[in-house]
Design a protein around this ligand. Structure first.
Ligand SMILES: NC(=O)c1ccc[n+]([C@@H]2O[C@H](COP(=O)([O-])OP(=O)(O)OC[C@H]3O[C@@H](n4cnc5c(N)ncnc54)[C@H](O)[C@@H]3O)[C@@H](O)[C@H]2O)c1
Length: 281
């Protein structure tokens, strides 16, 4: 379990108290990385840090604000002197609301956490490298929803598509100075992101992916660790799917999964509402 170039480095992981973030904290700690576990839930972040081997600290911060990002960077420098690696992973799902009902409040909230958060994190990382004349590696958590659309989760889908642009632009910016920026695009990995009921539904839906199962947090964490490590020194600007093949199947073909979904379930409700002219909000 040794990936070149990780041991002795310092990493920030945001959303560290959640399913995927926690798995990255654990994997990086096992690789000998000093980890700063950041989450809105300070107590949970500290508990995650306390549970892993080696030096790790937990920090409570809101990644959607400049103050929050400054706070976690300062805490990291205070604890370990510098930051080399960043997994900008904190995110929220938003609701499964119909497009016509999505509120401005929800839209802004999801964008703030899922897109402004990684932007602020990437900017802080580059400012930190600039101040120190150092370099490092950054991984953003995008999603299969950053590559494909669905008729729900509109704000989430838009925010995750936005992270693709962020990663492409930051990779082009960072390349000449030796900073690599990549993303993972997980498919379905049962975590608390959709609540307890959502976990069972995630497992059911994951059975339609080519590998016919949901992913595990440690499988995403292994990919993040690889991208952050010196095993991936010629990889930058990449959006690496960790989705059991879900994003490459053609669901309009029988052999690609057609028939696994009853489209009438969503279409009937949508058409009925449209015909009835139901514009209630
Ligand atoms: N689980 C999946 O199937 C899946 C698939 C694709 C992408 N993702 C993405 O992976 C990332 C992690 O999701 P997860 O499944 O581990 O969800 P999760 O809900 O288990 O964890 C998310 C964590 O982020 C924290 N957080 C939320 N808002 C924050 C903020 N403003 N500042 C700091 N921390 C904040 C939460 O407290 C939580 O601990 C998210 O960006 C999510 O969109 C997840």
């Amino acid at each position: 379990m040794t990936l070149r170039g990780l041991a002795g480095k310092v990493a920030v992981v945001t959303g560290a108290a959640g399913g995927l973030g926690r798995a990255t904290v654990e994997r990086l700690a096992e690789e000998g990385v000093q980890v700063v576990a950041v989450d809105l839930d300070e107590g949970a972040a500290k508990a995650v840090a306390a549970a892993v081997p080696g030096d790790a600290v937990g920090v409570g911060a809101d990644v959607a604000t400049e103050d929050g990002v400054n706070a976690y960077m300062q805490a990291a420098v205070a604890a370990f002197g510098q930051v080399d690696l960043h997994h900008l992973n904190a995110g929220i799902a938003g609701s499964l609301t119909d497009l016509v009902d999505v509120s401005v409040e929800e839209w802004d909230k999801v964008m703030a956490v899922n897109l402004r958060g990684p932007f602020l994190g990437v900017r802080a990382a580059f400012r930190h490298y600039l101040e120190r004349g150092s370099v490092g590696s950054i991984v953003v958590t995008s999603s299969i929803a950053g590559l494909r659309g669905s008729n729900d989760l509109l704000a989430y889908t838009t925010s995750k598509h936005g992270t693709v642009g962020l990663v492409h632009g930051a990779a082009v910016y960072g390349g000449p100075i030796g900073v690599r920026v990549n993303a993972v695009a997980p498919g379905i990995v049962p975590t608390p992101i959709f609540g307890e009921a959502g976990m069972a539904d995630m497992r059911r839906r994951a059975a339609t992916s080519p590998l016919r199962r949901a992913g595990r947090p440690d499988e995403v964490a292994a990919t993040v660790a690889f991208l952050l490590s010196d095993e991936a020194t010629y990889v930058t600007g990449e959006i690496l799917s960790v989705d059991g093949g879900a994003s490459v199947q053609n669901t309009n073909r029988r052999g690609g999964g057609a028939g696994l979904w009853d489209v009438s379930v969503t279409d009937d409700a949508l058409l009925e509402r449209h015909r009835a002219g139901d514009a209630s909000r």
